[in-house]
Design a protein around this ligand. Sequence first.
Ligand code: G1P
Length: 282
Amino acid sequence: MEFTALIPAAGLGTRMLPATKETPKEMLPVPVRSGSSIVFKPFIQVIFEHLYGAGIRSFVFVVGRGKRILQDHFLPDYDLLEELEQKGKEEQASTLREFHRMLEDSTIIWVDQHEPRGLGDAVKRGLQAVSTEGVLVHLGDILLYGRDNFLSEFLSVYKEAPSCSALLGLFRVKDPRKYGVVVPGEEIRRNLYRLVGMVEKPENPPSDMIITGVYAFRTRDIREALESTGKNPRTGEIEITDAIARLVEGGGVCGYVAEAYDYIDIGKPETYIETLFRLVQD
Ligand code: G1P
């Protein structure tokens, strides 16, 4: 099955104000190990490179007002490259060359979400530009990383579990109340569960497994589910979790716990700070 990556990056970044007043949170820098040195990359570039590393070449970013800088960042800058080469700054030039190579090899479509109407609405808009049978939704402010590329593993698990029509990346945390939390059912195999329910930011979490923000769907299924999902009464927004909860009724929604990986979330000050003290793997 062929996949397009759909990356919602239209959120206002309210929890990261004032840093996000003019700078989208997706552009916040994170430290990355590159050969023997450390470089700072905008978070969204790290996500793109991980998706690329998992074999994805077709990307849809959902953005909105104040997010043009993201689009600029994903345009190759040949003048800058030439300048670096002329000045003999080989290390910086090679990092840029590598990013350019991935961009030249990819198709990227930018879709606008006109108003912040929720994650479900952003995904619904992005889906209009997806023409592959499968879609890998990857939120623009989280990452699962480790020695191996989590997304490659995630896509193989999905492809090898035909009874799962949708797969959610899960992570076990001590306090899941600020996340979407799943109700696991049968364990199909180690770390792979059929899901029987899910709830967004619960006071009394039904498990310790959070929805990380990495989801694989059949494009047609999630499109239909979102079309029949109304505003969430608590948030007044269209929530992707509500749309997936509809798919759960059909029995094909599974969750895969990322066990050997670290989870980072740059959307909250208390978790972004942790990211700065770690080194993300390229
Ligand atoms: C979103 C999802 C939630 C998920 C979280 C991961 O929430 O709705 O289910 O656990 O991302 O970061 P948000 O962070 O946009 O409030």
